[in-house]
Design a protein around this ligand. Structure first.
Ligand code: CO
Length: 671
C-alpha cells in the first residue's frame, strides 16, 4: 500500500457524509457520451438521459461528458435530433456538474480538418450552449492542430484539457516511437500551450497497469496540470490500470455507470468507489445513489437499446486488442466492412496487412479518424490489390493524409505510397509541412450562401458546414420542409415489450399462421435474431402508438447476424434498392431508359461496397475518360472515388447525393 491509498479512517460505511479526505480521487462520468458511443454505436437519445440526469448531478462528479465525439454526427444523421438542443436540454437537469465534450482538435466533431473560421465559431457556440470543459485531441498528436481552438477556448473562459493519444507499436510502453520520453515531451508541449489538465487518452485499452504507474508518476513529476486517465476496458486491463494509476497519484479517472460499462466501453464506477472506500483517495460518492441510477437505466432505458449491443460474443474482453494493439471499435468496423463485402474469411489477411499499412502511413496513432483511415485502406488493399500492384484503391482521406492535411505523422510516410497517393491530387502533388489548416480557405461564407435561409442561426449553419449532405437533410426535417422518416424515430419501451412477447409466441410455435400483413409506409421492419432463428418484425405507427403488425421467420438465412439490421453499429443506413430512373434533366437530353436496358447496352459503374453517394462528378451526357472519377461514395466514413471502367459518355445516373447504395448497385452507366 502506498502513501496515496492508506486507510485513514475506520468508519468505512456507505454514507455520503463519511469524512472527506484531503485528496479524493476525482471522477468524470462518461456514460452519456463515450459509454453509449462504445456500446451501442452512439445511438443514445436525449430522452433516455433525462431520467437519470438530476440524480447524476448529485453524485459529485468532477465533470460529465455529454457531447462531442460521434454524438454530433449520429444525432442528426440517425436519431433526428438537433445536437445543440441536447446540450441545452441536459443543462436544465445538470445544475452543478460541469459539462465536458470530446473535441477532435481542428476536426471538431467531424472527420477532417475544418477551416479556422468554422473551428472558431464552433468553439464559441459550444460554450454559448453550455459546454465548460474541452477535452481536445489530435489523432496524430500534432498540437499545431490545437492552435486555432485553444485561444478561443481560453477567451471563452472554458477549461482546456489537452490529450495525448496513447498508442503503442510494441506490446508494452517503449520501443523507438511511443516510449516514456515521447509522452513526457507531449505533456510538456500541452503545458506550454496552457493546458488546465492533461488527459492520457487510451482509446484502445492498451495501457498495462505498471506502465500506467510509471507514466503517471513521471507526468506528476514533470508537469503541473491535473493528470486525467481515460482508459477503455476493451482488453480487460483497465480496472487494474486504474488502481495502479491511483497509487501513482493520478488526479482524475473516467468511468461509466455499470449499465454503460465494460466491453469496448470503460470500467464501471461502482467497484472503484468501493475499492477506495475509507482510503485517502476515497471518492466520497454515495453508493446507494449510484445503485438507484443503475436501476433506472436497467429497467427504463437499456431494454430500448439491447438490440444494438453486440450479442455475438459471450466474452466481455477482446483478446485481439492485446494481440493487434488496435482499438476495439476499429476491429468491429473492420469485421462489419468485410461482412458487408461477403469477405469475412479475409480477416486474418487484414490483421496481417494492418501493421504494414500503419507503418507505411507514418506509424500514426489509431484513433478517430486515423483508425478508420488505416482500417479502411487496409481492407481496400486486401480486397482490391493484385500481386503486381498495391494500393489500387486509395481513399480520399489517405490522399489527404499523404498531403499533410491531417498534420505531421510520427515517422515519415513511405515515399512510394505517398507519391502514388498524390498522383493527380487536386491540391498538388508536393506534400505540405505547415500547419494543415493554413492551406484551407475560409468555409463559412460559402456555407452560408449554399444553405441560405435553411440555416436559421449559427448553430444551423455549423451543422451544415460540418456535415453538408446529412446536415442539410436534417435541417429540412427540423424546419418542416421534409417529413422526419420513421426510421429516425425512437423505439418505445412498449415496442420492446410487444416484440419480446411476439418472439416468445413465435418460438413456442403459437404463431403458426402468418398474420394478414400489409406493409404500409408507416411500417418499420426489424430483423430480430433469437438463437439461430431470424424473425422479421413489422412495427406500425397507428395514432401515435407503435403496433406490431407482423412477425414471421425471415426469408433467407444469409443475413449478417446483427440483432437489428436497421441500425447496425457504425455502418451506413441499410441501402434500399431504388428503382432506376434517369434524373429529370436527363429526360430532356437522353431518352429515359430503365436500368435493365441501360445495363444491357452500356458499361455499368457499380458500387464496390455499400455506402452513401456523396456526389456525382459527371452528369448524363458528359464525356468521360477511362479512370476518371464518375462518382464519390462514402463507406465506413471514408470517401472513395469510383473511376470510369472505360471511356465514353454517361448514359444514365441512378442515384442522388445522399442516397444509400448497396454493394453492386449500378450507380451510372457509360455508353
Ligand atoms: Co474513449
Amino acid at each position: 500500500m502506498t502513501e496515496h491509498t492508506q486507510v485513514k479512517t475506520t468508519q468505512m460505511n456507505y454514507d455520503a457524509d463519511r469524512p472527506r479526505t484531503e485528496n479524493p480521487l476525482k471522477v468524470e462520468d462518461i456514460s452519456l457520451r463515450d459509454g453509449h458511443q462504445s456500446l451501442f454505436a452512439t445511438r443514445g437519445r436525449t430522452e433516455d438521459m433525462i431520467p437519470v440526469a438530476e440524480r447524476m448531478d448529485e453524485i459529485g462528479f468532477w465533470a460529465v461528458e455529454v457531447w462531442g465525439g460521434a454524438t454530433f454526427d449520429t444525432m442528426h444523421r440517425f436519431l433526428g435530433e438537433d445536437p445543440w438542443q441536447r446540450l441545452r436540454t441536459l443543462k436544465r437537469y445538470f445544475k452543478k456538474t460541469p459539462f465536458s465534450m470530446l473535441l477532435r482538435g481542428q476536426n471538431l466533431v467531424g472527420y477532417r480538418n475544418y477551416a479556422d473560421d468554422v473551428a472558431k465559431l464552433f468553439v464559441k457556440k459550444t460554450v454559448d450552449n453550455g459546454l465548460e470543459i474541452f477535452r481536445t485531441f489530435d489523432a496524430l498528436n500534432d498540437y499545431r492542430n490545437f492552435e486555432t481552438v485553444v485561444p478561443v477556448i481560453k477567451e471563452c473562459g472554458a477549461h482546456f484539457q489537452g490529450c495525448m493519444c496513447y498508442t503503442l507499436t510494441e506490446p508494452r510502453l517503449g520501443g523507438e516511437v511511443y516510449n516514456l520520453d515521447y509522452y513526457i515531451k507531449k505533456a510538456r508541449e500541452l503545458e506550454a500551450m496552457g493546458a488546465d489538465s492533461i488527459c492520457i487518452k487510451d482509446m484502445a485499452g492498451l495501457m498495462a497497469p505498471y506502465d500506467a504507474y510509471e507514466l503517471v508518476k513521471a507526468l506528476k513529476a514533470s508537469v503541473k496540470p491535473l493528470i486525467h486517465l481515460h482508459s477503455h476496458f476493451t482488453s480487460g486491463m483497465s480496472p487494474l490500470t486504474h488502481l495502479k494509476a491511483v497509487e501513482a497519484g493520478v488526479d482524475i479517472i473516467d468511468t461509466c455507470v455499470t449499465p454503460y460499462a465494460y466491453r469496448t466501453s470503460h470500467a464501471a464506477l461502482e467497484p472503484l468507489v468501493m475499492a477506495l472506500l475509507g482510503t485517502s483517495r476515497d471518492t466520497g460518492f454515495d453508493i446507494r445513489a449510484l445503485a438507484d441510477i443503475n436501476e433506472i437505466l436497467e429497467k427504463e432505458v437499456m431494454p430500448k437499446y439491447k438490440h444494438l449491443l453486440d450479442d455475438t460474443k459471450v466474452s466481455l474482453i477482446d483478446i485481439n486488442v492485446l494481440l493487434h494493439q488496435t482499438p476495439g471499435g476499429m476491429l468491429s468496423n473492420l469485421v462489419n466492412q468485410l461482412r458487408e463485402m461477403d469477405s469475412l474469411d479475409k480477416i486474418d489477411q487484414v490483421y496481417h496487412e494492418l501493421p504494414r499499412v500503419r507503418k507505411e502511413l507514418g506509424q500514426i496513432p489509431l484513433v478517430t479518424p486515423t483508425s478508420q483511415i488505416v482500417g479502411t485502406q487496409t481492407v481496400n488493399n486486401v480486397l482490391f490489390d493484385t500481386k503486381e500492384e498495391r494500393y489500387k484503391m486509395i481513399s480520399g482521406q489517405v490522399k489527404d493524409l499523404c498531403y499533410g492535411l491531417y498534420g505531421k505523422t510520427s515517422v515519415p510516410i513511405d515515399p512510394e505510397v505517398q507519391k502514388k497517393a498524390l498522383k493527380g491530387y487536386a491540391r498538388g502533388e508536393e506534400p505540405i509541412s505547415c500547419r494543415p489548416a493554413q492551406v484551407l480557405e475560409p468555409e463559412l461564407e460559402k456555407a452560408k450562401q449554399e444553405i441560405g435561409d435553411l440555416a436559421k442561426d449559427d448553430e444551423d449553419l455549423l451543422l451544415y458546414a460540418l456535415f453538408p449532405v446529412t446536415g442539410k437533410k436534417f435541417l429540412k426535417q427540423k424546419h418542416g420542409l421534409e417529413k422526419m422518416p420513421d426510421s429516425l424515430k425512437p423505439v418505445t419501451i412498449e415496442d420492446v415489450k410487444k416484440q419480446d412477447a411476439l418472439i416468445k409466441k413465435a418460438k413456442a410455435g403459437e404463431l403458426v399462421e402468418k398474420p394478414a400483413f400489409e406493409k404500409t409506409e408507416n411500417t418499420r421492419m426489424f430483423k430480430v435474431f433469437v438463437d439461430e432463428d431470424c424473425f422479421e418484425v413489422g412495427v406500425e405507427e397507428q395514432g401515435g402508438a407503435s403496433v406490431i403488425s407482423h412477425v414471421a421467420p425471415a426469408a433467407g438465412t444469409s443475413i449478417p447476424r446483427t440483432s437489428v439490421t436497421e441500425a447496425a453499429p457504425a455502418a451506413p443506413a441499410a441501402a434500399k434498392p431504388k428503382p432506376a430512373s434517369a434524373p429529370p434533366d436527363a429526360a430532356e437530353t437522353a431518352p429515359a431508359q430503365s436500368a435493365d436496358t441501360a445495363q444491357s447496352t452500356g458499361t455499368p459503374v457499380t458500387a464496390p461496397m455499400p455506402g452513401m453517394v456523396i456526389r456525382y462528378e459527371k452528369q448524363v451526357g458528359d464525356a468521360v475518360e477511362e479512370g476518371e472519377t464518375v462518382v464519390i461514395i462514402e463507406a465506413m466514413k471514408m470517401e472513395n472515388a469510383l473511376p470510369a471502367p472505360k471511356s465514353g459518355t454517361i448514359a444514365a445516373i441512378h442515384f442522388d447525393t445522399g442516397d444509400a447504395v448497396a454493394r453492386d448497385d449500378v450507380l451510372a452507366v457509360i455508353d
